[in-house]
Design a protein around this ligand. Structure first.
Ligand code: GLY
Ligand code: GLY
Length: 236
């Protein structure tokens, strides 16, 4: 359920409820570049992939053992509605990227397997306009992770962009939107943001979120709150 957003033209492409595609952001890009549409879903998205020569992997081969374990845990407890892979540290859940190039162009991309125990046909927030992903060269680019229904109700990515538009820096814009969303809707999420000035914003109201960014030689990364490890990539 990925999406790709390009901030110079507000161009975007997305697919959702799509099956057995190993590189779905490449498919989202083709929706952006080759169709008049923004979002293709389900069987139609798979048909478009076939027409474009995007290979399909064997059915079920993208289901990890962690996802299977998480589903079993969900069935046993029936109260753990979180992203696939998000409940145990070190696993990968939603994956997102935001980027800023030398010419000031911003872009964002996000991909997810959804949440544990979802109904057949449920779409994540990730592919929804202004919820999971957004990029506008005038303000910034955002990619979000966390409880999809909550993120979508709050239009989280666009709420962060609006905060930047109202003069907040990327970190404050990200933090304020996430805190307010969690206060109102009682569910958690996280986001990575880069503003059109190149400022970074990283915040999560969830217990953990894996993140990393690079400025110059310095690679920053973390997963727990208040964690900021730095590696000099020139020396290492
Ligand atoms: N992006 C971190 C996670 O969803 O687990
Ligand atoms: N944020 C990913 C999902 O809820 O599907």
């Amino acid at each position: 359920m990925p999406v790709l957003w390009v901030g110079s033209t507000l161009s975007a492409g997305a697919v959702t409820v799509v099956k057995d595609i190993a590189h779905p952001i490449s498919l989202a890009r083709l929706v952006m570049e080759k169709t008049p549409h923004l979002l293709l879903a389900g069987a139609g998205a798979n048909r478009f992939a076939k027409e474009q020569g995007i290979p399909t992997v064997p059915s079920g081969s993208l289901v990890t053992k962690y996802a299977q374990m998480a589903l079993e845990q969900f069935k046993a407890k029936n109260d753990d509605r979180t992203e696939i892979g998000h409940s145990n540290p070190g696993e990968v859940g939603t994956v997102g990227a935001v980027a800023f190039d030398l010419n000031g162009n911003l872009a964002a991309a996000t991909s997810t397997g959804g949440i544990n125990g979802k109904m057949v046909g449920r779409s994540s927030d990730t592919c929804m306009i202004g919820s999971g992903t957004y990029a506008d060269d005038n303000f910034g680019a955002v990619s979000t992770t966390g409880h999809g229904e909550t993120i979508a109700k709050y239009c989280l990515a666009h709420a962060i962009i609006r905060n930047i538009e109202n003069g907040k820096n990327a970190q404050t814009a990200t933090e304020d939107a996430l805190k307010r969303m969690t206060q109102i809707l009682k569910n958690t999420a996280g986001a990575i943001t880069i503003s059109n000035k190149g400022e970074i914003g990283i915040y999560f109201t969830s217990k953990r979120m894996a993140w990393a960014y690079q400025t110059g030689h310095d690679l920053h990364y973390g997963i727990e709150h208040e964690e900021d490890n730095i590696v000099d990539t020139f020396k290492n």
